[in-house]
Design a protein around this ligand. Structure first.
Ligand code: ADP
Ligand code: MG
Length: 335
């Protein structure tokens, strides 16, 4: 059935039933006064710092229906938003979904989209409490996520607190999401294990919520999630903190499967590829050591914050400058 046959209100009813029958987000639901169905959602707030973030996913700009399943799209759209809450060191609580769909969209596609979204929401205790539905020539998914710090005196992680001498550090491995995009667009053939790893990295990224909270607990003050690309996102930290950075490219943790399948190009993918949704943060040597001890994912120092505002230098093992082909993703910039 097409969404035009079901209509806006029929579709909202169907989605609301799906959402309300999912068991996730108990703690958030307990504080909920009104969820889907009224003019606005309402809940009892608590005594902490509140966080809000919104991100849009537009067909043929952010995603292609030829490359991703609807379920993967739902997962990824929410994951990108949850990653922003992770980068603040927060707890995601509520999400609102604004959905624009062409009339000919299959209802089954929309329920698959919500299946992916609900699956991820359940894993992080997020309650879907509302949204908007309209028709449009292209698919657009805009998600707002609301969250908070774990308790009243927990600090938030900002982009503006980096200090000279601090270590530049990343969680996990980089490059797999960009490699996955390239694999799908260029129809590259790899073995099953590599194919699954790259596809999952690109279409089902796992937001570093637990790690973000851990950073805040261990006294880290500065972080960003890697959505545009390592160097591009590091630039945001440097600009807002009025510092520079020196990165030793050989220390960058490139995903081993990317190394094995993309060889010489893998470092470039890790430095400028984007959409890995790992956390990039800065901290003193002691703070970073504490994070390493407590984290259950790899935590790698890749360089240092320096005093020279705005200047990011990339060097190889011998200390020679390393030249990057392309910095990272930015809308409105011709390339
Ligand atoms: P209004 O006309 O006041 O904007 P709507 O008819 O758009 O109300 O929405 C009715 C209810 O359904 C609201 O509670 C809204 O939050 C929820 N809703 C609408 N679309 C979606 C969606 N795509 N996903 C989740 N909830 C939705
Ligand atoms: Mg509405």
């Amino acid at each position: 059935m097409k969404v035009s046959e079901l209509g806006e209100f029929g579709l909202i009813d169907l989605l609301a039933k799906m959402i309300n029958s999912s068991p996730g987000g108990q703690a958030s639901r307990q504080q909920l006064i009104i969820g889907i169905g009224d003019d606005a959602a309402a809940w009892h707030g608590d005594d902490s710092t509140q966080l809000a973030t919104v991100d849009s996913f537009i067909q043929d700009v952010h995603f292609s229906l030829a490359l991703a399943s609807w379920e993967e799209l739902g997962w990824k759209a929410l994951a990108a938003n949850l990653s922003d809450i992770a980068a603040m060191g927060g707890v995601p609580r509520y999400a609102l979904v604004s959905l624009a769909l062409p009339d000919h969209t299959e209802v089954e596609s929309v329920t698959a989209l919500y299946k992916g979204m609900i699956e991820l929401a359940e894993q992080f205790g997020v309650a879907l409490v509302g949204g908007d539905t309209c028709s449009a020539p292209l698919v657009a998914i805009t998600i707002t996520v609301l969250g908070n710090t774990k308790n009243r005196d927990k600090n938030i992680l900002t982009r503006s607190g980096a200090k000279p001498g601090e270590k530049v550090t990343v969680t996990g491995y980089l490059g797999a999401a960009a490699a996955g995009l390239e694999m799908l667009t260029e129809k590259l053939q790899f073995g099953a294990e590599v194919t699954n790893c790259l596809r999952k990295a690109f279409l089902r990224p796992y937001p570093r919520i637990a790690e973000g909270q851990l950073l805040a607990e261990q006294g880290v003050m500065t972080a960003i999630d890697i959505s545009d690309g390592l160097v591009s996102d590091l630039r945001h930290i440097c600009e807002l903190s009025r510092v520079g950075a020196r990165i030793e490219v050989d220390r960058v943790p490139v995903e081993p499967m990317v190394k094995a399948s993309f060889g010489d190009r893998s470092l470039e993918l890790a430095l400028s590829g984007g959409e890995d949704y790992e956390l990039l943060f800065t901290g003193s040597t002691e703070t970073v050591e504490k994070v390493k001890m407590a984290a259950s994912c790899p935590v790698t120092v890749i360089g240092e914050i320096v005093g020279e505002a705005g200047k990011i230098t990339l060097v190889d093992r011998q200390g020679n400058p390393f030249h990057l082909q392309k910095a990272g993703w930015e809308h409105f910039i011709a390339r």
